[in-house]
Ligand binder design. Structure first.
Ligand code: ZN
Length: 624
């Protein structure tokens, strides 16, 4: 046990709902998930609080062959986990906050009111659009691994060809069945006409309180059916509640009727399109045989489940999915450092966006790292995809834009020198361009009389700057090189980042580093996409869905003022750029031709109301 728990670098802790009344479904699923992940050699533990441990639960663990060493018992070491998965049904806010303080938190089928507090959400049994916000991943196919689906397909086709002699009904309401629906249903069926001709089985769960009931007329009572999921195909009808068994039965080609332990279960069942078991008991003289024939003629599929399951080719299991997770989650705002718990504003398969309540930045939490390397390919293929030409082919255009930017910078420093005699502008002002790429801005700066210096992670780009442009540049990620002799505190007059700041995971550190490197009164200038441009305003979710997977923060001119001020920079000028008349709602589709009147009008509107999709900021450190 001890050695297991000390080697928990990026381990996963799985926390099921185990309180009395929650049924065994969550616990069963979590036990299976731990076992599957262990088979993949992932460090994973199950957490059962001591207060929830009952002899029944211990017994269940034993029947499931659960290794006791996989139970996590030392509550002092929650921080050793890299990921926490809650399968808690409806998690209270204080509990979510508690877990989030230890590690990134994923909710599986979370049905509570605080869904938006989760770093990531996976819905397997919750139908799409049933609860807001939508999950990062919604996929009932996660119920079934590839292996399992093959078994089910085989059993389905087998069932179709089989001449069944005996008609069979299974009643199962989970491990616990606190509402006693199993017994109630069995008793109702036992007195129905023709019930003696049926093979009716009541499966009473391991955690059930009704163990004293041993006999009901015409009903077979079982304590357990080993590998239940694989045996469901033996039945003609399964009567159960909304949950995994219902879907497993559908998957096995068996008709399903549902009764509901809670109004929440009832709502879920209706949203997923299941048929209510109430039809069996509508009139007192119901003939079970007749009802069964009706059911047989009409296979009962949940439309939602069927569409989502069969439209997907990926046959990934829940364990395979979780095993791929390497979350990158911000515990506090990456720009202003505020640690108030934030709500999510948009969720996608690989990421969740949150908005900081204090500074207003939108930042991204990722569930898997972005598949990007800042090498040659990035500037050639990715750039070409986006702009229709390679970065080098576009070099002169970018250089012209650089001249415009340099003019704004020199205007600001000139004004400042006139105003404040204490600022000493050196003969040749030094300029650092972070993320310099192939150096168009550095080249322009050199022409304008600066002493330029560049840094970029792409080796090919840095070589080009050094050799072809004859400008000094180093390869690396900025602020990793802080001890480098090239980065001496208070040594730069100007530091620039053109469409680079959004690539940093923690801007706060970067801004602090920049402040250190700048001379008093030095200028920080950068450009970045804006979420308050026409695209973000029209449809923020759509805008974020198209935001590149390595843009960790999304800024706006308005929030930028607040954020930079708290980082110690005064804003001197903001230029909203990236005007796209064709992106306007309604009229935009008529503005594809740059010579058209409508293009011209929308361009004017975009400029007047600052609706561009990108902007430039020019700011200055305090000249203390
Ligand atoms: Zn913030």
């Amino acid at each position: 046990m001890k050695s297991d728990q000390s080697a928990l670098a990026a381990g996963i802790l799985i926390v099921p709902a185990t309180e009395k009344g929650r049924g065994g479904g969550h616990l069963n699923r979590c036990i299976a998930l731990v076992k599957d992940l262990r088979n993949m050699e992932r460090e994973v533990f199950l957490y059962l609080p001591q207060k929830d441990r009952t002899p029944q639960i211990d017994n269940l663990l034993k029947t499931k062959d659960f290794n006791p060493g996989w139970l996590f018992i030392n509550e002092k070491f929650f921080d050793t986990f890299g990921l926490i998965i809650l399968d808690r049904y409806q998690t209270p806010l204080n509990e979510i906050i508690f877990w989030k303080n230890h590690a990134p938190v994923i909710g599986i089928d979370e049905g509570g009111s605080f869904r938006d507090q989760f770093d990531f959400l996976i819905d397997i049994l919750i139908p799409q659009k049933f609860i807001k916000p939508s999950a990062n991943i919604t996929s009932p196919s996660l119920l079934f691994s590839k292996e399992k689906s093959q078994i089910s397909y085989i059993s389905r086709s087998f069932l179709k060809n089989k001449e069944q002699q005996e008609k069979k009904i299974l009643i199962t309401f989970g491990q616990e069945d606190t509402a006693g629906l199993g017994i109630k249903t069995a008793r109702k069926l036992s007195v129905m006409k023709n019930s003696q001709n049926m093979d009716i089985t009541l499966l009473r769960g391991a955690l059930s309180d009704n163990s004293e009931i041993k006999k009901i007329n015409n009903i077979k009572i079982l304590e357990a059916i080993p590998n239940l999921a694989e045996r469901l195909c033996d039945y003609d009808i399964v009567i159960t509640h909304y949950g995994i068994t219902a879907y497993e039965a559908l998957f096995a080609g068996t008709n399903v009727l549902l009764d509901h332990p809670t109004p929440y279960h009832k709502k879920l069942a209706a949203a997923a399109g299941f048929l209510d078991a109430g039809i069996l008991f509508k009139n007192k003289t119901a003939d079970l045989n007749r009802i069964k024939i009706i059911l047989e003629q009409k296979p009962l599929y949940s439309a939602w489940y069927n569409n989502s399951l069969y439209s997907k080719n990926e046959n990934e299991s829940l364990a395979e999915l979780c095993n791929n997770f390497t979350p990158m989650v911000n515990k506090r705002c990456p720009v202003c450092g505020d640690d108030t718990q934030e709500n999510s504003i948009a969720r996608f398969k690989d990421r969740t966006y949150c908005r900081c309540k204090k500074c207003g930045i939108i930042y991204m939490n990722r569930i898997i790292p972005p598949p990007i390397e800042y090498e040659k390919e990035y500037f050639f293929e990715s750039y070409k995809k986006q702009y229709g030409k390679t970065y080098l082919e576009d070099f002169d255009n970018i250089k012209n834009a650089a001249k415009r930017r340099l003019k704004i910078i020199s205007d600001i420093s000139r004004k400042e020198t006139q105003k404040n005699k204490n600022i000493l502008i050196s003969e040749i002002p030094s300029l650092l361009d972070i993320g310099c790429a192939y150096g168009p801005f550095l080249a322009a700066a050199k022409e304008e009389g600066y002493s330029p210096f560049g840094i970029d992670p792409a080796k090919d780009a840095v070589n080009y700057v050094n050799e072809k442009l004859g400008i000094p540049a180093v390869q690396g990620f900025f602020s990793v090189n802080q001890n480098d002799a090239n980065f001496i505190p208070h040594s730069f007059n100007v530091i620039t980042l053109w469409f680079v700041i959004e690539h940093f995971t923690v801007c706060l550190i970067v801004l602090n580093e920049i402040k250190k490197l700048l001379k008093p009164g030095g200028i920080l200038a950068f450009s970045t996409p804006s979420f308050s441009g026409i695209s973000g305003r029209t449809n923020l979710k759509n805008f974020l869905s198209e935001s590149p997977c390595d843009h960790y923060t999304v800024w706006s001119p308005k929030m930028c003022r607040r954020a930079l001020l708290s980082a110690g920079f005064k804003i001197k000028k903001i230029e909203v750029i990236g005007h796209h008349p064709e992106r306007f709602p309604l009229l935009g589709k008529f503005a594809n031709n740059k010579k058209s009147f409508i293009y011209w009008v929308l361009l004017a509107v975009s400029r007047i109301f600052k609706l561009g999709d990108t902007f430039e900021v020019y700011s200055q450190t305090a000249a203390d």
